[in-house]
Ligand binder design. Structure first.
Ligand SMILES: Cc1cc2nc3c(=O)[nH]c(=O)nc-3n(C[C@H](O)[C@H](O)[C@H](O)COP(=O)(O)OP(=O)(O)OC[C@H]3O[C@@H](n4cnc5c(N)ncnc54)[C@H](O)[C@@H]3O)c2cc1C
Length: 371
C-alpha cells in the first residue's frame, strides 16, 4: 500500500537513485515509460546524490577517482576544490529535474517478495508497490564492512569506519591505526598524516600500479569481476583487481614514509593493537577503511543467493529470477559501469515487458536543457 492505502501497480521499480538508479530511470524514460506512472524510483536518502551526498567533506571533486557523467547531460562547473558531495549532489538534482524522473524520497524499501499474481511486491516506509520488474541499484554505502578481531570490544580508544570519517581535524595529535588496503585507506592516511601520527596495516602487501589506467586495463579488470559473479561468488573489491593508483601525491607520500605498511595485527588490546610475535602498539583511534558490501538485505525474501554466498548474474540479470536486475553490483560498481548497467538492464527489461517486440514502445527523444 502507498500513503493513500492502496497498492500501487507499476511496470518497473527502481530502488536507489545513485548513478545506477538514475541511469536506469533515464533509459526507462527513453524507452517510453512514464515516471511516476509506468515506473517509480524510490530512494531512502534525504537528498539527491546517491552515496556521494555522504562522502567526507575533504573528498573534493578533484580528489575523486574520476566521476563519469550520467547519460544525456554533461556535468558542467565541476570545481575540483569543492566537496564531491556538493558537486555530484547538485548535478544529480539538476539531472532528476531536467528529465522529470520524479524520485520518491525518503522512501526506505524494507522487503521485496513474490506476490500471488507472479509480480513482485515492494514494501517500503511509504507503502507498497506491485511491479513486474525490479531494477535494484542500492549501492554499498549502507553496508560498511567491519571485520572482527579478538579484543575489539575492549579497546578504550575510538573506532570508526570510513563511512563515519568527516576529515582529519578531529584526530589532531592522536595516533591513528588505519586498517585496509584500498584507495580510501591511502587517501585518508595522506590526510591524517598532516595532523596525526599514523600506522597503516593491511592483510596483504598493497600493490601500487604506476602504469596509467587505460581502457583496456579497465575492461580486463571488469571482466575478472564479471567472471566471479557469473559463477555466483561474491564480488571482489575493485582494488584487488586493479591495484592502487600511484599518483604523484601517492609517490610523494611514499617518499615521506607515510605509506609504509605493517602486516595485519592479530588482536586488539584496551590501549592499542598487538601482533602474534608479541609486538604491541599504543593507539588512540582505529580507523577501519575496510570497505563495503552490497546493500541487498531487502531482497532476502527472494532467496537469490547461491551456496557460494553471491548472486549468480548474467550481465545485470539475476539468473534465478530474470525479473530482477542488479545495477552497480560487481562489475558495474563504478560510475561508468553503473551507466552501462542502466542501459543494458533497460534493454532486457523492455523485452520482458513488451514480449519479444523490442519496438513495442516508441523511443522518446530526451534532451537535457542547456545550461
Ligand atoms: C569513498 C568512495 C569513493 C568513490 N569514488 C569513486 C570515483 O571517484 N569514481 C567512480 O567511478 N566510483 C567511485 N566509487 C564507487 C562509487 O560508489 C560508485 O561508482 C557509484 O557512485 C555507486 O553508484 P550506485 O548508484 O551504484 O550507488 P549509490 O550511489 O550508493 O546509490 C545507492 C542509492 O540507493 C539508496 N538505497 C540503498 N538502500 C536502499 C533501500 N533499501 N531503500 C531505498 N533506497 C536505498 C541509497 O540511499 C543511495 O541513494 C567510490 C566509492 C567510495 C566508497
Amino acid at each position: 500500500m502507498n500513503e493513500s492505502g492502496a497498492v500501487q501497480t507499476v511496470d518497473a521499480t527502481v530502488i536507489g537513485a545513485g548513478q545506477a538508479g538514475l541511469s536506469a530511470a533515464y533509459f526507462l524514460r527513453r524507452a517510453g515509460l512514464l515516471p511516476g506512472a509506468d515506473f517509480v524510483v524510490l530512494d531512502h536518502s534525504p537528498g539527491p546524490g546517491g552515496a556521494w551526498q555522504y562522502r567526507w567533506p575533504t573528498l573534493t571533486y578533484g580528489k575523486a577517482h574520476g566521476v563519469h557523467e550520467l547519460p544525456g547531460m554533461p556535468l558542467e562547473d565541476g570545481d575540483p576544490d569543492r566537496p564531491s558531495a556538493e558537486v555530484v549532489g547538485g548535478y544529480f538534482a539538476r539531472y532528476e529535474e531536467a528529465f522529470g524522473l520524479r524520485v520518491r524520497r525518503p522512501v526506505d524499501v524494507t522487503a521485496v517478495r513474490e506476490d500471488a499474481a507472479g509480480r513482485l511486491r515492494v514494501e517500503s516506509s511509504a507503502g507498497t508497490w506491485s511491479t513486474r520488474v525490479l531494477l535494484n541499484a542500492t549501492g554499498t554505502w549502507d553496508r560498511p564492512f567491519l571485520p572482527y578481531y579478538p579484543g575489539q570490544e575492549t579497546f578504550l580508544g575510538r573506532q570508526l569506519h570510513t563511512a563515519g570519517y568527516r576529515g582529519a581535524a578531529e584526530f589532531a595529535g592522536k595516533h591513528v591505526v588505519v586498517v585496509g588496503g584500498g584507495t580510501s585507506a591511502v587517501q585518508l592516511l595522506m590526510e591524517l598524516a598532516e595532523v596525526a601520527r599514523t600506522t597503516w596495516v593491511t592483510r596483504r602487501p598493497p600493490v601500487f600500479r604506476s602504469v596509467p589506467f587505460n581502457e583496456e586495463w579497465g575492461r580486463s579488470a571488469v571482466a575478472r569481476v564479471d567472471e566471479r559473479v557469473r559463477q555466483g561468488l561474491p564480488p571482489q573489491s575493485v582494488v584487488s583487481v586493479t591495484g592502487l593508483a600511484a599518483t604523484e601525491a601517492v609517490r610523494d607520500a611514499q617518499a615521506r614514509g607515510i605509506l609504509r605498511r605493517e602486516p595485519m595485527f592479530d588482536r586488539i588490546t584496551p590501549h592499542g593493537v598487538a601482533w602474534a610475535d608479541g609486538r604491541e602498539l599504543e593507539a588512540d583511534v582505529i580507523l577501519w577503511a575496510t570497505g563495503f558490501r552490497a546493500a541487498l538485505d531487502h531482497l532476502a525474501p527472494l532467496r537469490l543467493r547461491e551456496p557460494g554466498g553471491g548472486i549468480r548474474m548474467d550481465g545485470t540479470r539475476v539468473v534465478k529470477d530474470p525479473r530482477v536486475h542488479l545495477l552497480g553490483y560487481g562489475p558495474s560498481a563504478s560510475t561508468i559501469g553503473a551507466n552501462r548497467a542502466g542501459r543494458a538492464a533497460v534493454r532486457e527489461v523492455r523485452r520482458l515487458l513488451d514480449g519479444t517486440r523490442d519496438d513495442a514502445r516508441e523511443p522518446v527523444a530526451l534532451a537535457a536543457p542547456a545550461g
